[in-house]
Design a protein around this ligand. Structure first.
Ligand code: FUB
Ligand code: ZN
Length: 650
């Protein structure tokens, strides 16, 4: 097993925050002991259960330990599973016996809530087991079990715990007995992809082919029978599992066409990227080129036509979904934190198939911008929706923008994002490198010490860098086996200038799909020094993105920057930045936990009060100094305006 120990100052702070604040906080929330206000996602969403979490209590009731009924979304169980998965990675990094005790108690509780035949879902165990698997459009049963399986594999791998893996296998076996092409089984799939990811992980952990086949079955069956959800719903008489959701367009569930025939990312964004993650894992695992081509088409459509500059995806609140190419509105978009996280997952799987730096770059973009913006610097407040432009007054009064929160709530009625962040940050060590039988790829510049196990033997890589702020990385590669190993080091596309030295000698950069390859001879150590100039960049959007025409966004290295009201006053859309204004960078260690700040002189337009709405007189211009901060750090100083795309001053 490979082991990557992250030492990066930037990421260690986050990982410690997750371990010390987020995991305990989320545990209290799941147990209804956090004493916090849970917010609704948007106005007039009376159907959203948001008085409490009740997630652990649902398990207690299902296990027969207490009396009561189910509360919360049908997928409330997944909040607990994602928490458990985050705990697994956290224990992998640093053993903590008090936390381990909580995890073991939780595993016991889950095992007790499991039905004797392996079925696992508190909603149906409490409200009527006879209705299970009959309302899959909204029931999330397989989605929840998929999350449990992921947590179980992670926990088993981190601690060697066998019980959790047994519970997962039992659940997967129950699914296998009930779904598949054979007569008498259900020929269908879940309304929300996730089980496919879980089953593939279980296959990787156990080598049991049935799990691989079942994952493939679910992936390939989707879209072949587009009326499946409607037909189930027409005869369903059980408890309300998001009733009416089956009426959504088939594309909401990626059910409009067989997956291998889908060319564009359609429907609910998280569903799409979870589907793609599993599809790419399947392609990498089986080497199936047709499946890979489908992944590639969806990847290209998402990242070249439908992704925000922050790595956010999902252009509309309606169905939390993709819309059409180049439709990327900055202030009504969705950009759910989970969707950015799902894009990171998808990129990781694509890197297993093809050594192209574009996957690592999108991973980096989504990670350092949209995903990280999903949590506050205190680790106890979270965004579900990550806008690129906010005016708090409009969020309050305009129902079309009520989903766009100007500050992160402590918790949300639909709490999928916070524990997803916890599991992603605690497992970040899995995203630094890709190891295949052909090469090792250095995808992310994250200070760390790694022992990577390859077919040729162990390779140790130590990265020394103060990235994401500083402009260099020293990568020491020791090939401890006797066979030569090919190592690809990513050459970042945002770098203005790259200088490479190998063992002290300057080497001309000769990248191949964004990687510089180095052969590391057996039993040798190579020291690579990479200097990458992180100039401040002005980004201009494709002119098909109507919302960004005439605008500019600022970035440095992996970060996209934004303006906040607290630094730059009100009415941020009235600011104009000329193309030749000089942008300056400095690191402010006292601001927002230590961030790089960009300043520049710009112009502010203003009309006079009382002039009326429209005038033949152009607005007057005044000089103003702007202060940009990295997007991920916004909304940590109270409620205020924020903007990423600034008007250009021509
Ligand atoms: O349906 C489960 C999760 O809830 C989705 O992934 C999120 O988008 C939220 O709707
Ligand atoms: Zn979410």
């Amino acid at each position: 097993m490979s082991q990557v120990t992250i030492t990066s100052t930037f990421w260690s702070r986050y990982r410690e925050l997750v371990r010390k604040e987020m995991i305990p906080f989320q545990w209290n929330v799941l147990n209804d002991q956090a004493g916090i206000k849970i917010e609704k996602e948007r106005l007039n969403d009376e159907g959203i259960p948001s008085e409490k979490s009740h997630a652990i209590e649902n398990f207690r009731i299902a296990a027969g330990r207490t009396k009561g009924t189910h509360y919360g979304w049908t997928f409330q169980d997944s909040d607990v599973y994602k928490w458990l998965e985050a705990v697994a990675y956290s224990l992998r990094e640093k053993m903590d016996s008090a936390l381990e005790k909580k995890a073991l108690e939780t595993i016991d509780l889950i095992a007790e809530a499991q039905e004797p035949d392996g079925y696992l879902d508190t909603f149906y165990s409490i409200l009527g087991i006879e209705h299970r698997y009959k309302s899959l459009a909204g029931s999330h049963e397989l989605y929840c079990m998929g999350h449990f399986i992921e947590a179980a594999v992670a926990y088993h791998e981190a601690t060697g715990n066998e019980k959790v893996l047994q519970v997962a296998r039992k659940a997967a076996d129950n699914i296998d007995e009930n779904f598949g092409p054979e007569e008498g089984k259900i020929h269908g799939y879940d309304g929300h992809e996730e089980i496919e990811i879980g089953l593939l992980r279980l296959y990787h952990a156990t080598g049991e082919e049935r799990y691989l086949n079942l994952a493939k079955y679910f992936l390939m069956e989707r879209g072949k029978h587009p009326d499946f959800f409607k037909e189930q719903a027409a005869v369903y008489e059980g408890p309300n599992a998001l009733s009416g959701i089956e009426k959504a367009a088939n594309s909401y569930f990626q059910n409009h066409a067989p997956v291998l025939e889908q060319d564009t990312a359609e429907g609910h964004a998280v569903r799409v990227v979870y589907l793609c993650t599993a599809l790419a894992d399947l392609a990498a695992t089986t080497g199936d080129s047709e499946i890979y081509e489908a992944c590639k088409r969806l990847w290209d459509n998402i990242t070249k036509r439908r992704m925000f500059i922050t790595g956010g995806i999902g252009s509309t609140v309606h169905g939390e979904a993709f819309t059409l190419d180049y439709d990327l509105p900055n202030d009504t978009m969705y950009c759910e934190t989970c969707a950015a996280i799902g894009l990171v997952f998808f990129a990781r799987q694509m890197l297993r198939i093809e050594p192209k730096a574009e996957y690592a770059e999108v991973m980096e973009r989504a990670l350092y911008n949209c995903a990280l913006a999903g949590m506050a610097l205190d680790g106890k407040h979270f965004f579900y929706v990550n806008p690129l432009e906010v005016n708090p007054a409009k969020s309050l009064k305009d129902p079309g923008k009520s989903h766009v929160k100007p500050v992160r709530p402590a918790w949300l009625g639909c709490a999928c994002c916070p524990p997803n962040l916890a599991r992603m940050i605690t497992s970040l060590d899995d995203y630094v490198y890709t190891i295949t039988d052909k090469h090792i790829l250095v995808n992310q510049f994250i200070a760390s010490k790694a022992v990577l196990s390859t077919e040729a033997g162990n390779v140790e890589i130590a990265q020394t860098t103060n990235f994401p702020w500083d402009e260099n990385a020293v990568i020491e590669i020791s090939n401890t086996g006797s066979v030569d190993v090919k190592v690809g080091i990513r050459i970042p596309s945002w770098a203005d200038d790259v200088r490479l030295t190998i063992d002290g000698t300057d080497v001309e950069v000769a990248e191949e799909n964004g990687y510089q390859y180095i052969m590391v001879t057996g039993l040798r150590k190579v020291v690579v020094k990479l200097e990458f100039k992180m100039g401040i960049r002005r980004y201009y959007a494709n002119t098909n993105i109507s919302e960004d025409i005439g605008k500019v966004a600022i970035g440095r290295g992996p970060f996209i920057y934004c303006l906040e009201g607290v630094d730059n006053g009100e009415n941020l859309p009235s600011i104009m930045l000329s193309d030749d204004a000089e942008l300056s960078y400095c690191f402010d260690e006292n601001l927002l936990g230590g961030i790089g700040v960009i300043t520049v002189q710009a112009t502010r337009l203003s009309g006079e009060d009382g002039e009326g709405l429209y005038s033949v007189k152009p607005p007057s211009e005044t000089e103003t100094k702007l202060k940009f901060i990295p997007y991920y750090a916004w909304a940590n100083r109270g409620e205020n305006e924020m903007i990423v795309w600034i008007n250009r001053h021509f």
